[in-house]
Design a protein around this ligand. Sequence first.
Ligand code: ZN
Length: 98
Amino acid sequence: MVEKPSETEEQWFKDQELKNAKEAEQRAAHLAALAAEAAIKAERGRCPRDGAALATQIHEGVEIDQCPTCKGVWLDAGELEHLEHGKSGGLFGFLRGR
Ligand SMILES: [Zn+2]
C-alpha cells in the first residue's frame, strides 16, 4: 500500500514546485535580457536609416561612424561635444576635409 504523503510533505512539494517555477521565470527573464543585448549589439554598427554597415573612422581620438550609402554621420554620446572643441576645425572641419 502506498502511503499518502503527510501535510508537511505535500506542502514541501508545493514549495518546491513554486521555487522551480520562480527559478524558471528568472532563467527566462535572464535569457530575454541576453537576447535583447545581442540584438542591440547586432544593431550597432548599422545605419539607422538604411541598415548599411557603417565605416568607423578615428578623428581626434573620437570614433565617427559614417554610412557609405546615405553618407549619414553617427556619433556616440559626448562625441559631438568632443569634436566641437577639437583642434582641427571640429566636426565641420572633419566634414569639410572629406
Ligand atoms: Zn545610411
